[in-house]
Design a protein around this ligand. Structure first.
Ligand code: B12
Ligand code: SF4
Ligand code: SF4
Length: 312
């Protein structure tokens, strides 16, 4: 029986390269772009002005890749141990503990691109993970990877939401998958647990209230009041994922060692800062590196505020 390119890419991506899932969809996000426009209109991009510039590409991916015919959506679990970084006085989101996923995932996407080109040299591809103007969550939902949670994460039943999404836009017409028929039902644990009320009832994030935005993306340091509300989260925030029943204990840890604390670079560096180190050169391999030196004033202030409180 003839094996289609869709099947062989799926097998190569999951078995050889090690992604957990690989699905195929139309490159256009359809009606989901309206929620993006609405979100921008409400001022939710804050200091992330690049998201306004991304609109035209998310709306029309052919501007990124001429003759684009499909999107391949790849996911990788990054769940790592529930160690100090999640429970200590200073917390760092799971996704930033190990090596920078932008580098780790992009390298693997490139392997799939090379595989496709070897199979069919006429095909062109455009790979992205996080930083490119690709509507990754909308494509993941459309491809049936998972469903949209009230915390705005893509959640995959049986896998939870601790996974990265990588996308390859391609000129090859892969066979398309279908979206899942699934939702959160009556649950609202994340809405109630968010300490800054950043999660609205309508599957949208009030981004400027979100600790993740405030500690990673915002240009100005956190105020004392914001530090208090952030409950020790100093780089990103995982509260709305930790409380989600889909992220239960039985979900295995990632099998990509780069994302484990042992890979070191993220949390090790952070720990030194917390111990009072004045080192300001964030290791290049760490996801923290992307923030350049913008975060130091916030971290210094958090340290100051929290140690003052400890003394009084
Ligand atoms: C900007 C951004 C942020 C912002 C805003 C987040 C937000 N909720 O919008 C901030 C800095 C707050 C942030 C935080 C985090 N982020 Co972020 N972020 C992004 C980025 C770069 C763009 C997202 C965006 O455009 N947001 C605007 C909203 C309106 O768009 P959207 O989230 O894509 O949502 C779309 C869908 O909801 C869709 N939709 C709605 N309803 C329906 C229904 C159907 C049927 C369909 C098809 C679609 C659909 O419409 C929306 C607009 O297109 C993406 C990477 C990328 N290129 O997409 C990563 C990304 C979303 N982030 C990611 C991660 C891991 C995080 C954090 C967990 C990190 C952390 N621990 O601190 C937190 C989670 C906070 C949260 N609850 O969302 C992952 C999410 C993986 C997943 N499983 O969902 C992504 C995909 C990066 C990646 N490649 O893995 N992030
Ligand atoms: S990441 Fe934290 S602050 Fe942002 S919505 Fe989730 S719980 Fe709220
Ligand atoms: S905590 Fe509940 S409401 Fe929130 S995303 Fe998970 S299942 Fe949905």
């Amino acid at each position: 029986m003839e094996v289609s390119l869709t099947d062989s890419v799926y097998h190569f991506a999951t078995e050889t390269v090690g992604f957990d899932d690989c699905r195929f969809t139309d490159p256009s996000v359809g009606g989901a772009i309206d929620s993006y426009k609405e979100w921008l209109k409400d001022g939710n991009c804050g200091d992330m002005h690049y998201l306004e510039r991304h609109l035209k590409f998310k709306e029309n991916p052919a501007l990124l890749l001429k003759d684009v015919k499909s999107a391949i959506v790849l996911t990788k679990n990054y769940k790592n141990t529930r160690a100090r970084h999640l429970t200590g006085r200073f917390k760092i989101a799971r996704y930033a503990v190990g090596r920078d996923y932008h580098i780790v995932v992009l390298n693997r996407l490139k392997k799939i691109e090379s595989f496709i080109k070897k199979e069919d040299p006429g095909v062109t591809c455009y790979c992205g993970v996080d930083t490119r103007p690709i509507a990754e969550r909308s494509l993941a939902i459309k491809a049936g990877i998972g469903f949209l949670g009230k915390n705005t994460m893509v959640i995959k039943p049986g896998m939870g939401s601790y996974f990265f999404i990588g996308v390859i836009l391609t000129t090859y017409p892969f066979k398309k998958d279908k979206p899942l028929a699934w939702d959160c039902g009556q649950c609202r644990l994340c809405i109630d647990a968010c300490p800054t009320q950043a999660i609205s009832e309508n599957y949208s994030l009030r981004t400027t209230q979100c600790i993740s935005y405030q500690t990673i993306e915002r240009k100005s340091p956190l105020t004392e009041e914001e530090i208090s509300k952030a409950a020790g989260w100093t780089f990103g925030c995982d509260i709305c994922q930790e409380v989600c029943p889909y992220n239960h204990e039985k979900i295995p840890l990632t099998d990509w060692g780069e994302f484990l604390p042992e890979a070191g670079v993220g949390f090790d560096f952070f720990e030194q800062i917390l111990k009072g180190s004045r080192e300001r050169k964030i290791p290049k391999e760490s996801a923290l590196h992307r923030s350049k030196n913008r975060l130091f004033p916030s971290w210094d202030r958090a340290l100051e505020t929290l140690s003052r409180r400890k003394q009084s």
